[in-house]
Design a binder for this molecule. Structure first.
Ligand code: PLP
Length: 427
């Protein structure tokens, strides 16, 4: 028996599970080479942005108080702008999460009487209260900003006729979400997003096209800002933080629109000029530096999971051969026991909290019990290996992340081990 197999065995992976997974992984070598090329390209992109901005040790120092002359903060924002090929960027620990970043970009750029258009279906759940789709204190709706949504066609493509009809003189901003999030539609490729933006701009070039880029950064060699997006927005405890950023969000795009968001984050008049970085600069820089590699590892893990589970007869979204545009993998496990055991496996493979056992619970805001597995260095970080599932039909589990491919692989192997032990799969 090989050393590796023995080691896995000592960690609870049976010989059958090891052999099954090993054979599946070996078949992915060629596919993984293509991912390595994307990693390599994006690694160069990040290094060249850091070189161009002459990043030095003093940029890792911290600002305090107002944060005037916080050179590290300003240099980091210039690096982000260069990575995304935009005029400007706002990258701050004061942006508490992805929803906050999106909310700032929307509220900063919309005025009473303006209309927000979602040309590609419903945005992420947490934005419903930001927009006021579900009534909420402080929503855009309370400020007289209206909202219109165009559904995707049944085949998941853009409904260009309906989008044309939906655009009128007050349409100010189009909100396009790249990742499917927890919906069943496919994730859009950057190229598809570019086509949608070109269409919207052909009707009215002044409409601000904003992309919710969460989970998409560095999965491809281009970003939505390379294909016409005026704003790209995301969370630093997902892809671009590389697992090291302890908090934060970013908004990269046209100078005017980024500044408008900054006036919302701080205050009118102050904008980007204030906001001490409070010691996070080094982790933001270093996390961005590692992000291409980390994201590539997570994509490999997602593809590995799709291959393992599709070959066992489960429905997986995206399927095992599909091209990837975000790091999320859904696996339909058909039973509560399936998703619970899957999540137990992910938890058991974690570097942190592997000794705790996840249980379904009635989380506020959900209409069914939810189970979550995460053993992360940064609380709630979903670039780290994590899985979650609502306990309701069709019993899908959403799996993402892993700071390294080998951790992601171990997590999937452990999930399969738990399903195998519960007699839910035949190997
Ligand atoms: C995670 C996510 C968000 C919101 O981010 P939070 O950090 O959880 O607030 C928004 N949109 C998409 C597509 C996401 O995946």
């Amino acid at each position: 028996m090989s050393d590796l197999k023995n080691y896995y065995k000592s960690l609870g992976i049976s010989e059958k599970v090891f052999d099954y997974c090993d054979a599946a992984a070996k078949k992915l070598n060629e596919r993984f080479l293509a991912i390595d090329e994307i990693i390599e390209y994006n690694q160069l992109k990040v290094i060249s942005a850091m070189q161009k901005n002459k990043i030095s040790d003093y940029h890792f120092n911290t600002g305090t108080g107002y944060g005037y002359n916080d050179d590290g903060r300003d240099a980091l924002e210039n690096v982000y702008a260069d990575v995304f090929h935009t005029e400007s960027a706002l990258v701050r620990p004061h942006i508490t999460c992805g929803t906050h970043a999106l909310s700032l970009a929307l509220a900063g750029n919309l005025r009473p009487g303006d209309e927000l258009l979602a040309p590609a279906g419903k945005p992420y759940d947490t934005l419903e209260e930001v927009i006021g789709i579900r009534p909420s204190k402080g929503s855009l709706a309370e400020y007289g900003i209206t909202y219109r949504q165009v559904e995707l066609k049944p085949d998941g493509t853009f409904d260009y006729d309906k989008i044309r009809q939906a655009i009128h003189k007050n349409t100010k901003l189009a909100h396009i979400q790249r990742s499917k999030g927890y919906q069943t539609r496919p994730t859009f490729s950057v190229k598809q997003i570019g086509e949608l933006i070109a269409f919207i701009k052909s009707i009215n070039p002044d409409i601000i096209c904003m992309v919710d880029n969460c989970y998409g950064e560095f999965v491809e060699t281009i970003e939505p800002s390379d294909v016409g997006a005026d704003l790209c927005v995301g969370s630093l405890i997902k892809n671009p933080g590389g697992g090291l950023a302890p908090i934060g969000g970013y908004i990269a795009g046209k100078k005017e629109y980024v500044e408008n968001a900054a006036y919302r984050l701080t205050t009118p008049g102050l904008g980007k000029e204030v906001g001490a970085s409070l010691g996070v600069n080094r982790s933001f820089f270093q996390g961005l530096f590692l992000a291409p590699q980390v994201v590539g590892g997570a994509v490999k893990g997602a593809i590995f999971a799709a291959n393992i589970y599709e070959n066992l007869g489960f429905k997986v979204v995206p399927d095992k051969d599909e091209s990837r545009h975000d790091i999320i993998q859904a696996v339909v496990l058909n039973s509560p026991e399936g998703v619970i055991n899957f999540c137990k496996g992910i938890q058991a493979a974690a570097p942190v909290d592997s000794h705790v056992v996840p249980e379904p619970w009635a989380m506020p805001g959900y209409d069914s019990d939810v189970i979550m597995a995460a053993g992360a260095f940064i609380q709630g970080s979903s670039i780290e290996l994590s899985a979650d599932a609502p306990i309701k039909p069709p019993y899908s589990v959403y799996f993402q992340g892993g700071l390294t491919w080998y951790h992601s692989k171990f997590g999937i192997m452990m999930s399969l081990q738990k399903l195998f032990e519960a007699n839910l799969v035949d190997l």
